[in-house]
Design a protein around this ligand. Structure first.
Ligand code: GH3
Ligand code: MG
Ligand code: MG
Length: 339
C-alpha cells in the first residue's frame, strides 16, 4: 500500500484541469458531527443497507488499480493512496493498512476488498458508520467517483486511470513537487520531517538530514544564462535522486539548495550517502546546451538528537551549519558530525 507520488508533467496541468467536469454538488463534503469512539467500540449506527449496484464500467481488469483521495482533512503528505493489494483494512488501530488516527474512527472501521467486478467496501460495525455517497451502508460496491466518509474523514474513490484521478494527481503533484526538477518541494519536506521525527522518537530509530548547495551556481547563470542554469538544476536533482534509496526523500529546498531526509540512517551512513551524491555530481561533467560543465556541491549532514526533543527546524539548522562549514573550508566536500 502506498500513497501515490507519480509525477505528472507540469505542462499538462492546465489541459487536465479543463478536461475535468465540474464536480457534482455533494452535500456530504462538509465535516459531519461525529461521535468520539469509546474504547469498547460499542455500535451506535446499524446500517443494514447493502448497496446493490451494477459493476463499475470503468473497472476493466482484475489488475486495474484504484486510489483513495483524501478530501477532508486536506493532507499534503498523504493526499493520495493507491490501492495495490486485495484487502485494505481501514481503522484507528496501528495494525490497519490505512491508519486514521482520530477518535471519530473505530479501531477496525471498514474493509475494502477487490473482486472480479471491482472493489467492495464493508463496514466493520463501526461506531460512526461508513457512508458511501452520503448513505450509511453495511456493504457496497464502490464506483469511481464515490465519496467515502469514515468518521470525520472524507475520501473519494477513483479508478486510477480516470480523468478525475489524473486531475487529483495533477493538483497533488502541483502542491507537493518542484515544477523545475520534479523533486518534492520544501512544503512537502517540512511536513514530512515533522512526522518522521515523531516516528523516529517513538521507534528510537536514527534519522538524518543532508542539506546540499551547488557551488558557485551564480557564475553558471552569469556565464551561460538562466536556461543553462535550469538545465544544471534538473540534472543535479536527477543525479541526487538516482544516487539515494527509494525511501529517501529528496526535495528542492529553494534556489540551488536541496535536502535529503534519510529515515533509519545514522550520521555515519548519511555522511556516506552525501559522499556518494558528491561524487555523482563532480565525477562526470553536466551535458548542457553550452557544452559540458564541471559542477560541484557542498553537503552538510546532521542526525536527529533522539533524546533532546529536537524539532525539524533545529535539525535543519544544524545540517545548515555543517553546510556552511563545508563552504567555508573550500566547497565540494561533506561536513557532518557523528554523535
Ligand atoms: P555558493 O558556492 O556560496 O553557494 O555560491 P552560489 O553562487 O551558488 O550562491 P549564490 O547564493 O550567490 O547564488 C545562487 C544563485 O542561484 C543565484 C540565483 O539567481 C540562482 N538561482 C536560484 N534559483 C534558480 C533557478 O530556478 N534557476 C536558475 N537558473 N538559477 C537560479
Ligand atoms: Mg545557496
Ligand atoms: Mg550555491
Amino acid at each position: 500500500m502506498r500513497r501515490t507520488t507519480k509525477t505528472v508533467p507540469s505542462q499538462s496541468i492546465e489541459l487536465k484541469m479543463r478536461a475535468t467536469p465540474k464536480p457534482k454538488k455533494d452535500n456530504n463534503v462538509l465535516p459531519l458531527s461525529v461521535t468520539p469512539v469509546s474504547d469498547d467500540d460499542s455500535v451506535q449506527i446499524e446500517p443494514n443497507l447493502t448497496m446493490q449496484r451494477p459493476p463499475d464500467q470503468s473497472f476493466g481488469h482484475r489488475n486495474d488499480q484504484s486510489c483513495l483521495v483524501q478530501i477532508y482533512p486536506a493532507d499534503v503528505v498523504d493526499g493520495m493512496l493507491l490501492i495495490e493489494s486485495e484487502r485494505l483494512l481501514i481503522g484507528r488501530d496501528g495494525d490497519a493498512d490505512l491508519i486514521l488516527p482520530d477518535h471519530s474512527v473505530s479501531r477496525r472501521h471498514a474493509l475494502i476488498t477487490r473482486s472480479d467486478n471491482g472493489f467492495e467496501i464493508e463496514d466493520l460495525d463501526s461506531t460512526n458508520g461508513t457512508f458511501i455517497a452520503g448513505q450509511a451502508v453495511k456493504k457496497a460496491t464502490l464506483r469511481s467517483g464515490d465519496t467515502i466518509r469514515l468518521g470525520s474523514f472524507l475520501f473519494k474513490f477513483l479508478s486510477a486511470g480516470s480523468v478525475e484521478s489524473q486531475y487529483h494527481e495533477t493538483v497533488y503533484s502541483a502542491l507537493t513537487r518542484d515544477a523545475l526538477t520534479g523533486t518534492m518541494n520544501k512544503r512537502y519536506l517540512v511536513e514530512t520531517l515533522d512526522r518522521s521525527i515523531a516516528t523516529a522518537v517513538r521507534q528510537q530509530q536514527p534519522l538524518s538530514v543532508i542539506m546540499v548547495d551547488i557551488d558557485h551556481f551564480k557564475s553558471v547563470n552569469d556565464s551561460y544564462g538562466h536556461l543553462v542554469g535550469d538545465e544544471v538544476l534538473r540534472e543535479f536533482g536527477r543525479r541526487l535522486g538516482a544516487t539515494c534509496r527509494e525511501d529517501d526523500l529528496l526535495a528542492r529546498y529553494g534556489g540551488e539548495e536541496f535536502s535529503l531526509l534519510l529515515s533509519a540512517t545514522t550520521a555515519d551512513d548519511a555522511i556516506d550517502v552525501a559522499q556518494r551524491c558528491r561524487h555523482a555530481v563532480c565525477d562526470l561533467p553536466f551535458e548542457t546546451a553550452s557544452g559540458p560543465l564541471e559542477v560541484t556541491a557542498s553537503f552538510g549532514v546532521a542526525c536527529l538528537e533522539l533524546t533532546k526533543g529536537e524539532t525539524g527546524t533545529q535539525l535543519i539548522q544544524r545540517a545548515d551549519r555543517n553546510l556552511y562549514e563545508a563552504k567555508r573550508s573550500g566547497r565540494n566536500r561533506v561536513c557532518g558530525t557523528s554523535p
